[in-house]
Design a protein around this ligand. Structure first.
Ligand code: URA
Length: 188
């Protein structure tokens, strides 16, 4: 991790800006290459992530890893970074409350300032509605790149949704292939 990402993580470890700070086992700050130009953003940690302190390490994380490997961008060494909208686990895996996301977003914004990603991939509705468009509909708008403030944003299916509905896996794979093509086109 770069020095500034380390510093940010240390500050984030102290965060008690919302009630999730009191119930977490571990902060789930983010993982990946500090020089990454592609940032994946999920919703928030689940049970395994809370226990291990790393994003997407449970069942949905295993599926995410499969897609990343299919496009030759593995979590380790693939030039990517993975984070979440909220850094602490919402109890019983409920959706983060709007006020929790609001309190936590400055940490993600700070991560974006350190990384300066060229592409942000939103994994699922919660991230896409926060970062792309409050009306974002994954089934309708997945795989579409749109530029905002010099960054290309794309939303795709949350891996947990794919585990529930495997008919969407084909579309998700196409989104990851589109991402691979976009990275190649940008020389990333
Ligand atoms: N789901 C998410 O959105 N993020 C994680 O880190 C794990 C599961």
């Amino acid at each position: 991790m770069s020095d500034s990402m380390q510093q940010l993580r240390a500050q984030c470890e102290e965060c008690q800006n919302c009630p999730l700070g009191a119930t977490r086992t571990n902060l789930v700050f983010g993982v990946g290459d500090p020089a990454a130009k592609v940032l994946f953003v999920g919703e928030g940690p689940g049970e395994q992530e809370d226990l291990q302190g790393e994003p997407f390490v449970g069942k949905s994380g295993q599926l995410l890893d499969r897609y990343l490997e299919l496009i030759d961008r593995p979590r380790d060494g693939g030039g990517i970074y993975i984070a979440n909208i909220v850094k602490c686990r919402p109890p019983h895996n409920r959706d983060p409350k709007p006020e929790e996301s609001e309190q936590c977003l400055p940490w993600l914004r700070a991560q974006v300032r350190v990384l300066r990603p060229q592409i942000i991939v939103c994994l699922g509705r919660i991230a896409a509605q926060r970062l792309i468009d409050p009306d974002f509909r994954v089934t309708r708008e997945h795989g579409v790149f749109r530029e905002k403030g010099g960054i290309l944003f794309m939303g795709t299916f949350h891996p947990a949704a794919l585990l529930r509905n495997s008919a969407q896996k084909k579309d998700a794979l196409a989104d990851f292939q589109a991402l691979r093509d976009k990275m190649e086109a940008l020389g990333l």
